[in-house]
Write a protein that binds this ligand. Structure first.
Ligand SMILES: [Zn+2]
Length: 123
């Protein structure tokens, strides 16, 4: 994948086909130069055209969240141990708003696709 330079993805997710596209692949990684998260979606349209979406930063987070439910398996999944409890691989952010007495507290979690969740901060 590419941002400031060419680099290898941290993980590759294979997505299930949808109405328009098949052979869908989502690569995620961090640019080694500027350390921004980068996500790249490559998919083939039914008429043979290639669709490539490459985004970084907060948009990468959004793209991964959008594709999350379509992930069939990940390249690194086989190396994953179920006993790990910390977020693993690509980690995306979730903000949860909870009521605490009369205040609303926003809890920010780091999540991964394996159901692991870690509280980063609350404010
Ligand atoms: Zn970069």
């Amino acid at each position: 994948m590419r941002h400031c330079c060419q680099f290898a993805p941290d993980d590759v997710y294979y997505l299930r086909d949808n109405d328009l596209f098949s052979f869908r692949k989502l690569s995620v990684g961090f640019c080694p130069v500027c350390l921004k998260p980068v996500a790249e979606l490559i998919e083939w349209r039914f008429d043979g055209a290639l669709n490539r979406v490459s985004v970084n930063g907060i948009e990468a987070n959004d793209l991964v969240l959008k594709c999350k439910d379509e992930i069939v398996y990940s390249f690194r999944e086989c190396n994953y141990s179920k006993f790990k409890s910390k977020p693993f691989g690509w980690v995306y952010g979730i903000n949860k708003s909870v009521k605490s007495g009369k205040r609303r507290v926003t809890k920010q979690y780091a999540c991964d696709f394996y159901g692991n969740k870690q509280l980063v901060k609350s404010f």
